[in-house]
Design a protein around this ligand. Sequence first.
Ligand code: FAD
Length: 362
Amino acid sequence: MAETRIVVVGAGVSGLTTALLLSRNANYKITVAAKHMPGDYDIEYASPWAGANYLPISVEGTDLAEWESNTWTELERLARLHPEAGIHFQDAALFNRTKHLEGGNASALVAPEVSDPWYQKIVPNFKKVPKNHLPPGYDSGNTFTSVCINTAIYLPWLTSRCLEAGVIFKRAIFNHISEASNAHHSGKKADLVVNCTGLLAGKLGGVEDKNMIPARGQTVLVMNKGDGLMYSTSGTDDGDEEVCYTMGRAAGGGTLLGGCYQKGNWDSQPDPNLAVRIMKRAIGICPSLTNGKGIEHLNIIRHGVGLRPVRIGGTRVEKEKINDVWVVHNYGHGGYGYQSSYGCSQAVVKLVEEVLKVRAKL
Ligand code: FAD
């Protein structure tokens, strides 16, 4: 059977996961070409800034729910069998206030059906928190076993698995998506291109998706350890764009405190006032971080800012012919790029097969 040459544009979690799943077909010869690679920290590169945890935000019956559900299977397997991937199990505690859930100003990072979510069928140990165990001021809550991904380990791990499978990596910047078909490491034209360019899909020639907007996320990474739970809340008292979460990263990765969800904000610099509010909210929900003391007892490793690649209308996983080049899109994963990564990439693999069938008939 003739070889198929594929160029994946983008080396964030979407591009790397897609390249990894495609590389399971020995017939596919894959180049990953990107401006940013694992190890880089840049405002145009969302993946390193993520928490990252598994906290589905989809509505049952949607494509996203299917992608998130399929991703749990793989993240759970990696947490169980592959400690070197930097993913570990961690119980999540999600606390809600009725005023957020019914007031239309709930955090964009929790599912609309947060009190009774579809994912209780797939994650282990899903329980409702008894009223007398809720922190003061909260009306309901759930706990379940989730995973937390140390992105500083996981992105290089994905890269290594791709390299092991023969994927070739190279730096490149494309002005138009069709240029990527000339970037295959063989020097020959690629049979198809996979577009995993995240937020920059809004600016890339041939794509220029006007539905792409950033949702700015600011974080504080600290050395302090909490009580072993990952906390999230349905909202905060500091405005609709602010959110509250804590995540203990695997393998000495520290505890990530967040955050905010500021739509349309491209600012790459941490706001010091917001950082103070993030830390105050974090020790409010998880006092064990500082043994009940103030934020001056947090040992800060780094302040961070990342832009979630939000697509109005949802993630685009679709095939399209652009200037005679077949392109399969996989971008616009907002605040759920890790927790939907395997599901989306599996869908891409199917679309690639469809494109190749169409090409074979010509
Ligand atoms: P990116 O990581 O942005 O990668 C895009 C790639 O495309 C880069 O390699 C870039 O260089 C390349 N590229 C773009 N344009 C071009 C071009 N023209 N030429 C060449 N290369 C190009 N998700 C979760 O699932 N769970 C979480 O807990 C979570 N927490 C988050 C917390 C924060 C603070 C933030 C910011 C995000 C969080 N996310 C989380 C969301 C997640 O990080 C993103 O959805 C995900 O990283 C998007 O990955 P991507 O590969 O699509 O895009």
